[in-house]
Design a protein around this ligand. Structure first.
Ligand code: BYC
Ligand code: FE
Ligand code: FE
Length: 483
């Protein structure tokens, strides 16, 4: 009998979707597989392909015990296809078909819309691995290196998840799209990744932590929305991806937190009260808090752009057709159709920022972005607790969402982080204090010296409170085998 909880290892591709009896899809995926392995091998610096990394691998979709930890060489990681179990009698949660049985096959009229969303989702996954490809060389510890590689292999698995849907449900053009997902490359001139933030660089580890905190959190919000999809295979796929996503944001939150903690500790040890005494603070090999705030400003605003336009007919159509829901759709107490509802969106009227009501159906992106900002504020509060505990007068803040935007109503306007419209000259003058500049980048780069001894950490970051899988402090998370 088909076991849909535990993962079957009887094919090249571990899965809980009965691939061994679905010869057509199995063959298509086996054909795609070598290209994927080439992509992986080209991507991660050779230095680490032979290293043994203490990774978790999904062996089940049972929330109580889905993963097992062991040493694995990354190219031998068993990337699998895992869907959360089918919920008996599940119905379409929103839009004009709300209440009808969820689709098990692609509804013809929505085929293109569905394919587009799956392709966009799929495109971000390998993009992030590409952005992070050089970081192993400068890992501040083996613990952090292991976390980086864990995130990387799981983003690789998320690509597999979308590729499975394309192969299984979208025939020849699905296969073509799956090939294109390996053809585009982050930052490429000819074939860039689809969304802005995924063509930016992740030049250092503070960026990596900010990215996993802020940009992976866009991933969480989008996956939550797609987990509400009336197309059941997409919903089940995304529900399982969310289980993995939590760790990515944990890596980000604790990474930034440990960076802040170390700075505060050095300031206290050396009697520095003024967080703006930047040169002195930096002379001890830690990152000053104002620079951390600038990195935060950058990654938060890049991530806000990923929610699209505030008012969007694409988003309205996706919701109305039941392809993409809202965050926590089933817990929202309304008609789930938004027939007469309105929602306040930001707009610019006569040079003034205003929020005004528009039909809620068209404001789906804005609403999700608001949910995101609330979610993102949580960790910022916890970072501030670390600073407060150290007795330092400094507070991290999410900048106003009008600041530094490339998409939506705020694009092409100069706002400061407080959300005030400023002149071009004022903006140019302020930008050095608001976003990381070249000198900040160079300084951070100067700290990015690898620390590969078990239990040791780079100057700029504190050790974690607890190890992965409850391992002791000096555990060898990566057994390096460098070429
Ligand atoms: N960059 O009506 P609009 C993750 C385009 S992250 C470039 O607002 P819509 C992860 C837009 O495509 C989650 N272009 O569009 C994280 C449209 O173009 P067309 C990824 C942009 O569809 C870390 C036009 O502008 N998943 O998983 O309502 C590590 C009009 O815009 C951008 C998803 O995003 C941009 N930022 O909203 C690893 C879920 N923004 O079609 C992984 C799937 C907009 O007119 N995607 N445009 O030529 C969606 O749901 C939506 O497509 C979007 C855009 C929310 C992205
Ligand atoms: Fe992902
Ligand atoms: Fe992620």
């Amino acid at each position: 009998m088909l076991d849909l909880i535990n993962v079957s290892y009887d094919t090249l591709i571990p899965n809980n979707v009965g691939l061994s009896t679905d010869k057509r899809v199995l063959k298509a995926l086996e054909k795609w597989h070598p290209g994927y392995i080439n992509w992986w091998n080209d991507l991660i610096p050779d230095n680490f392909q032979k290293s043994l990394v203490y990774l978790r691998t999904a062996v089940s979709v049972d929330p109580k015990g889905w993963a097992k930890f062991d040493y694995v060489k990354m190219p031998e990681y068993r990337w699998g296809i895992l869907l959360a179990p089918q919920v008996e009698g599940r119905t379409i949660p929103c839009g004009e078909h709300a209440g009808q049985p969820a689709w098990q096959e692609v509804p013809g009229e929505y085929r293109n819309m569905l394919k587009r969303l799956i392709v966009i989702q799929g495109d971000t996954e390998p993009a992030s691995v590409e952005q992070q490809r050089f970081l192993g060389r400068t890992a501040p510890s083996l613990y952090d290196m292991r976390n980086l590689f864990q995130v990387n292999v799981e983003e690789g698995r998320h690509l597999w998840a979308m590729v499975y849907l394309l192969h299984k449900y979208f025939g020849a053009d699905g296969r073509e799209e799956a090939d294109d997902l390996l053809r585009r490359q982050s930052g490429s001139e000819e074939a860039p990744r689809m969304l802005g933030a995924f063509n930016e660089e992740t030049p250092d580890w503070l960026s990596f932590f900010m990215f996993t905190y802020f940009t992976d959190r866009d991933g969480k919000m989008q996956l939550e929305s797609l987990a509400q999809s009336g197309f059941d295979p997409l919903s089940r796929t995304c529900r399982f991806m969310l289980t993995e996503e939590a760790h990515h944001m944990f890596v980000g939150e604790t990474g930034v937190g440990r960076t802040i903690e170390r700075t505060c500790q050095i300031m206290a040890e050396n009697g520095i009260d003024d967080p703006y005494d930047i040169e002195k603070i930096r002379s001890f090999g830690v990152i000053d808090l104002p620079t951390i705030q600038k990195k935060l400003n950058l990654h938060y605003t890049l991530s806000l752009d990923l929610f699209g336009q505030e008012v969007s007919t694409n988003a309205a159509n996706a919701f109305n057709s039941g392809i993409k829901g809202r965050y926590m759709e089933s817990r929202i107490d309304d008609d789930h159709k938004l027939t007469n509802a309105t929602y306040p969106v930001w707009d610019m009227v006569d040079g003034q920022l205003v929020r005004h009501e528009v039909p809620a159906l068209t404001a789906i992106n804005m609403r999700l972005r608001d949910d995101y900002s609330r979610d993102a504020a949580g960790g910022v509060g916890r970072w501030n607790k670390i600073i407060e505990k150290a007795g330092i007068a400094f507070e991290m803040k999410l900048p106003h969402e009008a600041f530094n935007r490339k998409i939506g109503v705020f694009a092409n306007h100069n706002f400061n982080p407080e959300g005030q419209l400023v002149s071009g000259a004022e903006f140019d003058k302020g930008i050095n204090d608001w976003l990381p500049n070249k000198a900040d980048g160079d300084f951070i780069q100067s700290l990015m010296n690898p620390v590969y001894e078990p239990g040791k950490y780079a100057s700029w970051i504190s050790p974690p409170k607890v190890g992965i899988d409850n391992k002791p402090g000096d555990f060898e998370y990566v057994k390096l085998h460098m070429a």
